[in-house]
Design a protein around this ligand. Structure first.
Ligand code: GLC
Length: 435
């Protein structure tokens, strides 16, 4: 982790829950090829030429775009920051960059789409994050490589053999400068992504820190926005590491050092809008993923892929609102919370915030929950959703189980007595007040 970053990043750690937004021209094709692929990779996957892709540029017309509505939904879902794709791998820019014509202002949208979004989310009190693709499949000086849409087009490769990475690098740095000087305070920068041959030997022409000029890039970023948090995908250390579409097994460590982490997760497997996708995660699963992350000292950056007309898909909205209902009652088990120094019973997770421990019950058991190590530690217990007491007892460890008598527990175990009916919330949570 880079020097001094721990303090800068403390807001991110406290926030725990953010909204990722993948929005660009790929919302027009809105398709994937198979379950493993991402809609925003359509240009790569279908090996589309700039000409093929042009139809999406010409028909990108988000006439229903209302960033205030997006921001309100994010706020109501309990999210505390957002991260927007300023430019994805296809090279299309949502803002009015002075360094390219490949931008929203030249589509039927006819305006900078980034600025009103930043303003709207700030107005709702959310922190501002920019995703920025290091990769660019449109720039004439981005050297063709194993990820490039024209990777198998020998004529194209030959005609483009002269591409000059230093010219692209200048463009990359120039655009990052625009983004960090034109939109006020930017809290978070999410670069994406590096694939140096040492890491991904199967991809020819892989790119990493030297190609991006990552040291200078990072230095500029920190100079322009001294308090910014930056991820670690530019092939140099950052302030936060960003596991993609998986839940780490434990608090993350890199080279023995505990590392701030944020899992970015999709609602349905794709980041970009994917019209025909049926792989939607349930609100319950997503709440569990959020809780699981916090219990392991991590964040959840949950993605939406707005449509080409500029709206959040009704299916996404439905999920966000259900998560919001849960957050309404349970946010103090999330914000500012982290792991607890106790071992949770099976199918449960602990989070902890100062002297309160939150027991998240993923699978509802019958009758009792036995909590090792908590005997004599909890002075009160209640459901978090309604504040109703949960009765507790410490059963004598010498007591043997006998007919209706519970026994055979290990010393130090606190037993909670649960109702038969599982509360009707995505994940029931019991709040334990430590002495
Ligand atoms: C990636 C992908 C991508 C997505 C992202 C989110 O590396 O290329 O499409 O934007 O990560 O983490």
């Amino acid at each position: 982790m880079s020097e001094g970053s721990a303090n800068n990043a403390s807001w991110l750690k406290d926030a725990r829950f953010g909204l990722f937004i993948h929005w660009g021209l790929y919302a027009v094709p809105a398709r994937q090829l198979d379950k493993q692929s991402l809609a925003e990779w359509v240009k790569n996957r279908e090996r589309l030429s700039d000409e093929d892709y042009e139809a999406f540029f010409e028909h990108f017309d988000p006439d229903l775009y209302d960033p205030a509505a997006w921001a309100r939904e994010a706020k109501n879902a309990g999210m505390r920051y957002f991260v927007i794709t300023t430019k994805h791998h296809d090279g299309f820019c949502l803002w009015d960059s002075q360094l390219t014509g490949y931008k929203a202002t030249n589509t039927p949208a006819r305006r900078d789409l980034l600025r009103p979004m930043v303003d709207a989310f700030r107005a709702e009190g959310l922190r501002v994050g920019f995703y920025h693709s290091l990769i660019d499949w449109h720039h004439p000086h981005f050297p063709v490589d194993g990820f490039h849409p024209q990777r198998d087009d020998e004529d194209f490769k030959q005609a483009n053999a002269h591409r000059d990475m230093s010219k692209y690098r200048e463009y990359l740095h120039g655009q990052v400068r625009e983004l960090l000087t034109g939109y006020g305070k930017i809290d978070y920068l999410f670069f994406d992504f590096s694939y140096p041959p040492s890491r991904l030997p199967d991809i020819w022409g892989g790119k990493g820190r030297e190609d991006w000029g990552s040291d200078e890039l990072m230095a500029m970023v920190r100079r322009l926005q001294p308090e910014i948090v930056v991820n670690d995908r530019a092939d140099v250390p950052g302030d936060v590491t960003t596991p993609e579409q998986y839940q780490p097994a434990a608090p993350m460590r890199l080279e023995q050092v505990q590392y701030l982490w944020e899992a970015n997760q999709t609602l349905n497997g794709s980041f970009g809008y994917d019209r025909d996708n049926l792989d939607w995660k349930s609100p319950e699963l997503l709440v569990k993923m959020l809780v699981d992350g916090v219990s392991k000292d991590g964040n959840l950056l949950l993605n939406v892929g707005p449509t080409a007309r500029g709206e959040l898909d009704p299916r996404a909205l439905g999920v966000l609102r259900r998560i919001g209902q849960w957050m309404h009652h349970h946010q103090r088990a999330i914000y500012g919370s982290g792991p607890a120094p106790f071992t949770a019973p099976p199918d449960c997770r602990y989070t902890m915030n100062r002297d309160r421990v939150y027991l998240h019950v993923f699978s509802w058991p019958f009758g009792h929950l036995h909590l090792p190590g908590l005997a004599g530690r909890a002075e009160f217990a209640r459901f978090l959703h309604d504040g109703s007491e949960i009765e507790r007892e410490v059963i004598d460890p010498d007591k043997h189980a006998f007919n209706t008598t519970v026994g055979g527990l290990s010393p130090g175990t606190l037993t909670l007595r649960l109702p038969v009916q599982r509360p009707d919330v995505e994940v029931p949570v019991i709040e334990l007040f430590l002495r």
